[in-house]
Design a protein. Sequence first.
Length: 184
Amino acid sequence: RDPSFFNWDVSFVGNMDGRRFREHADRERFFATLGRRLKSQGLRVLFRGSSGMSEQDQIETIQRSIINLNYRSSCDHRSRAGVEGSWGLPERCYGVPARGGFILSDQRRHAQDDFDLASEWADYSDMEDCIARIGEFLADFPRTRRIAEAAHKRVMRDHTYERRAERLLNAAANWRAKIAPGSP
């Protein structure tokens, strides 16, 4: 809750190698443009690939960034014409809050399935909205931390791997009970 604790105003650590992985080309372009624009405002920005970073270095980056961004996932790539991209939540939408970080994500249709959009989630629609939202959250640090802490509580309560495995096993048992009542 101390703004002086943070090394970065905005960060993203993840795959941005659009030449090697075409599904990340949009992400690479987005962060290149966003980085130039934010740095021109004097913000402390770190956008980099995770290759060569230890897990502990990645965690420290998350925890020392006021805002951690999410933009697209490899599952969002439209490899075939007419196929809708994924609107699910990539792992970072859970991993960043699990480590106490604040995440500002591109809009995700299924965010409402796992988070309270009013108190545990923050998103943006496009480049201009992203820049505006970054300014908004940097200007209201207490609100940003409240959202981060609420999202952390939600992830730790409902979205650990153990909880998700329990829900999957319960769903399978319920399905089995419907199609074959009385079977184990």
